[in-house]
Design a protein around this ligand. Sequence first.
Ligand SMILES: [Ca+2]
Length: 480
Amino acid sequence: MKKTLSMLLVLVLLLASFAYAEDKLTVFISGSGNPTAEDNVLLPNIIEAMGCDVEWTVVSAEYETQLSARLMGGEAPDIFTVPSELAPTFVEQGLLLKIGDYLDQMPDLVANYSESQLANCNVGGEMYLIAGRPYSAYANVSIRKDWLDNLNLAMPTTLDELYDVLYAFTYKDPDGNGKDDTYGLTGKGLGAFSPVFLAYGTTVPDTFLIENGELVYTSIDPDFKEAIKFIQKLINDRVVDPEIMANQGYEHCDKAYNGKAGILVQSFWEIFKATYMEQILAINPNAKWELMPGVTGPGGRYDQVYDPTAASGYYGINADLADDPEHLAKVLKLFNWMCTEDGQKGTLFGTEGVHYELDENGNIVPLPDLSKITYSYLYCLVGRDDIPYLKAKFSYLLDEIEYCGNMTTLAKYNSKVTIPESINLADITTYANEELTRFIYGERSLDEWDSYVDTILNVFGLSTYLDSAKAELTEKGYLK
Ligand SMILES: [Ca+2]
């Protein structure tokens, strides 16, 4: 009996692996939030478009162990998540198909990926990965336009004008209630000073920039030191929220919603999304928030900092498929389809008539059920063309989303830098944040800047981090 059973099992397994090889696409990715099969409205769209069975496994814990087990067991998935730090090893081990040789089979992918998004698919100069396109940069500075109007002030365009606006928002009763109850700007932590940092051509600590071909680490950037001098004036003149460093959670947003600050540094979603804007207007129907462009300073003018080298995920194709062109064609077809209009709809928006409708111009109009699709990132492996997606999903925010798409951004490269095991980055960033805050509040003299830099480089081991970052960014072609 036992023997018969195991024989049967072998037979079933043989049949299963036979069917598997014949016509099933296998996708094995790392992620969480995958719905149950009956609630999953995206996978059926993929299956329909591919015209074959598709097995979609989402691994929420110990992905690397589980992938190894699949590979060792001779069951390499057709498509699998490649943890970015392992990509060079996977290439060395011959696990990844050289996708670059098959680009002619993915014309829609090529057409919809920018040059830098395609470059992001490379490992050592050759395309071995499909890198999901990253989200767009999102604006993070908003201003009370009604306060500017009340005080007869224009939108600030320079650092000096920004100072004047902060001063007037603090001392000239912008809300006209006769009380001294407002200040210029609020936010959380050092990030609250982002608009100032950007005007000096730098940004928050622990950010890798490239300036004139040289690697810059913001925590010790001389431009950051210059920005501190300007920020000291804002602190001394009390034109910013005195609790910027103490704000927790969304306290800074609450202050802005309640009319206590005229500039909020926080992702624009937390002001402009309907649920927040309703709260704001319930408190004050006259409040009028607008996005505030970056101001010009010694470092130029930037609206936001952005990592163009980030990806929403990295996926490889099983190298063995080079010997099975028919099956490989289906895998390539899947990636290509995801980049088409149909594929983007099918993997982001669900089903027409259920999750969205089309207006007479063919534009997507969301239906309430669209909000149930919270797992599209597990299925739309190529990422999304973010600005059109957002315009469709948040049609009441067209101007703000358009603004985000047109921002001038300062490029950062953190997503391409691996943290060496020999350093403790948390210690480095804690020390930098504490000391930079002390400089800003005048608790430590800026005369000691060089000594601060020396300590963080040599005592905290930052120099090791910078050396390896430099080598890695050079190897990846971002530094010459
Ligand atoms: Ca007032």
